[in-house]
Write a protein that binds this ligand. Structure first.
Ligand SMILES: Nc1nc2c(ncn2[C@@H]2O[C@H](COP(=O)(O)OP(=O)(O)OP(=O)(O)O)[C@@H](O)[C@H]2O)c(=O)[nH]1
Ligand SMILES: [Mg+2]
Length: 259
């Protein structure tokens, strides 16, 4: 078995309200990283994470499942946790053993009872966290109208991505760091194409990027000084700022891709 230095190991839990899409996200991560050669699905019982007979029968996670993948020379142990209220203590137990958490929020349902519960657990264990917005239905507005998610959990949080509003482009995202539009294929080929952001969305994206960069700059004195002097922050500086801001729990970031 391949060995990894401890600084290249990450234990990450996926947490959320029931049915938000945790297992589906875990399956997509495993597939995308090449840890699995097929995309497991909860709906047809082919999930690698929900493998217990009772889980397959009920199409839901009953106890935390573990799997790992390699990404950028790091080993990531992924813990897919239950979101159903009956099994939420299992989730709490799993959170004691991880370095960070991804909180999945269904774009349509928004913040639900167990979302608040798992947020409390993550706070209790002082875990750095990211948000992942699932189940976009081709309408970027859904996400924009969810600014109350930010207000509730992370007033300093910012989106890294917007959903692309154009039907022609969907499924796709606008990446605010690179200011590029990325289009996902409708198959599982993984061939993502990058394009310019369309004119009618540019102003909005640029404004959102300015706020994101300001937030990143504020997380680090050296970056803030450079930013206030009017210098551009390099992609590496932005990345490092994002990383330390999330690790120090100064802010959370919002990703949104699963459709
Ligand atoms: N369209 C769409 N459907 C999704 C997405 N994510 C999950 N689903 C569907 O939502 C349902 C629940 O998904 P799961 O991945 O089992 O959700 P979960 O959060 O693991 O649920 P529990 O384990 O019961 O807490 C399934 O029917 C999925 O196919 C998404 O991003 N888009
Ligand atoms: Mg599940």
């Amino acid at each position: 078995m391949k060995k990894y230095e401890t600084n290249r190991l990450r234990n990450i839990a996926i947490i959320a309200h029931g049915k938000a899409g945790k297992t589906t996200l875990a399956e997509a991560m495993l597939y995308d990283a090449g840890a699995s050669d097929r995309l497991g699905r909860v709906d047809d019982g082919s999930s690698l994470m929900d493998f217990e007979p009772e889980e397959i029968k009920r199409s839901l996670t009953i106890s935390s499942a573990f799997n790992h993948l390699e990404w950028d020379k790091h080993k990531m142990n992924i813990v897919d946790t239950p979101g159903d209220a009956n099994f939420i203590m299992d989730t709490k137990n799993s959170l004691q053993a991880v370095d960070g958490a991804v909180i999945v929020i269904d774009a349509v349902a928004g913040v639900e009872v167990q979302t608040e519960k798992v947020w409390e657990f993550a706070t209790q264990f002082r875990l750095p966290r990211l948000f992942f917005i699932s189940s976009w239905i081709g309408n970027g507005r859904v996400f924009l109208n969810h600014s109350w998610i930010f207000k509730k959990f992370s007033p300093e949080g910012r989106p890294l991505e917007f959903a692309h509003r154009s039907r022609r482009f969907f499924p796709g995202i606008l990446d605010l760091l690179t200011l590029k539009a990325f289009r996902f294929p409708n198959d599982l080929s993984g061939k993502i194409t990058a394009e310019e952001i369309p004119g009618d969305m540019q102003e909005e994206a640029i404004k959102a990027r300015e706020k994101l960069v300001e937030m990143i700059a504020e997380s680090d004195d050296a970056l803030l000084e450079k930013y206030l002097e009017g210098h551009e922050l390099s992609p590496e500086e932005l990345f490092q700022g994002l990383r330390s801001g999330v690790l120090n729990q100064e802010f959370s970031l919002f990703f949104a891709v699963q459709v």
